[in-house]
Design a protein around this ligand. Sequence first.
Ligand code: AHR
Length: 634
Amino acid sequence: TFVVKAGEVKAPIQSTMWGVFFEDINFGADGGIYAELVKNRSFEFSKPMMGWTIQRKEFKEGDVLVLNRQQTNTANPRFIRVTATNAEKGSLSLTNEGFRGIGIKKDLRYDFSVMYRQQTPGVKLNVELINAKGDVIGSTVVNPEASASDWKKATVSFLATATEPNGKFRISFEGNGVIDLDMISLFPEDTWKGRPGGMRADMIQMLADMKPGFIRFPGGCIVEGFDLSQRYQWKKTIGPVEERQLSINRWNFEFAHRPAPDYFQTFGLGFFEYFQLAEDIGAEPLPILNCGMSCQFNTAEVVPLDQLGPYVQDALDLIEFANGDVNSTWGKKRAELGHPAPFNLKMLGVGNENWGPQYVERLKIFTKAIKEKYPDIKIVNSSGTDPNGDRFDYLNTSLRSMKADIIDEHYYRRPEWFLQNAKRYDQYDRNGSKVFAGEYAAQSDKTVSVNNRNNWLTALSEAAFMTGLERNADVVFMASYAPLFAHAEGWQWTPDLIWVDNLNVIGSANYQVQKLYSINKGTHVVPMLLKNEAIAGQDSLYASASLDKNTNDIILKVVNASGKEQQSEITLEGVKKLAGKATLYQLSSEELDKVNTLGNPPSIAPVEKQLSLKGKKMKLSLAPYSFSVVRVKM
Ligand code: AHR
């Protein structure tokens, strides 16, 4: 018999408790939520024609050349020069393969744009969508009119005539002349909120559906870079997209034997868009900045302490960019980008998975500067990847003695670890730094393995662990699963919360768990006990309870991690009266290896059932290997 002491209201649950952690890994941004369909649109990848192929009927020297204007344009130096000589349609064309193909939807509008420059008009551009068989399934024509030495932009929209998961995009040149081209771009009409040049709506909707309390961005390891020159620099990610300087992606290497030589960050999705996204989905923004150290799993390049100034300035300027008055330097830039109102930034992170005394001494400099100017901004500190190791102990002791606001802990561990650690925070210091469980995911095989799967066992063990996070909401202020997205043909890391291909999206079993927690968050913790103890493993049961003072519900979360059905009786104490009704949302599968797969309805999805109460008691049947959320009406 479980007892819920609904009258003993404990800690408030932070509005930020359950959030999402976004990183451009697994083609999460370029080729993912950033809806651009053309890969290497500005020819800035390390191989300038990567993603493109040239088709020509006969070889003509110099018909497509890559040129470089580095002296005048450092952010976007390359462009192509196309020379057409009596070209007929199909005799000279350029095909783009997209990011692992292009998803094309019948009857959807596609918006093409290109920057061009030409001395004399004469080259016509036949713009075409191509299916896997090579047939044209949508086309239009662009006649670049302007003749000038300045760059102009041409735009045109057209409809696709068929659906194709693995299409291509082609420009076939016709006529005579010489034309320079750059920023060759194609977006679908159905972006999130219909914003031109925006985000893939079906992916963002999955986030919005979770009602996340925060969104952390832009990573992860990409914040750090292989070396400091490749670190994420937010100032290079705002303003006109053609002026955002591309960078190699930190996941562009043979990680877990999954090479991704074509993985770059175009920053079409930059910090303004991240803030806007946070606002759209009602999540607090949590940007993470480089602390003056590159990724320690590789090179551990550190900036000398006396040269840390620009890094710290980036943090101060970011706060001004997010919150500053429109008359301030960076607040003005935000207003110019279309958002005069502040984004109301309340926290930011310094460093990701950095460790050692080098991290601590850099962090101290950041903290002093930020707190002096913005005492109300909370700083998230990183405590690395090994929740049980010496490195973690060193950092945790150092950060706690610095009175860190929030410490970011990461755990990529086997499901057993998650079950065993449901009590991890029960004995934590209640008065010290708060915890951000910033990256976690149960690994069905082992950390960093191509065999990891988002199976039901991993999701169930996370659900059990999360009862411990919720029970300790006075210590744990935030939590997020990681990584968030993965493209089925372009991933580097498994498991991942949401899987996509060019046309479809599926929430994993783990997504279902995260979503149930997030949309059933509650406002305050109340004790839920078995024989007067927190329920954290007895008879393979894990549970927590909360009150939702907004809806007047008592919310119960119970995991049955055993293979046998368990009948529980729940007594709700400390409430004057109950409405007699409750709703159960249950996830379960006796097949622990079951996964939700793309293109199919989710096989792990909540089943909803109405329950009734007798007075202050209710019976709850806990299916084998199940996670149940019950909302009891007061
Ligand atoms: O989530 C994948 C990676 O795991 C993140 O980039 C990094 O922070 C962690 O090591």
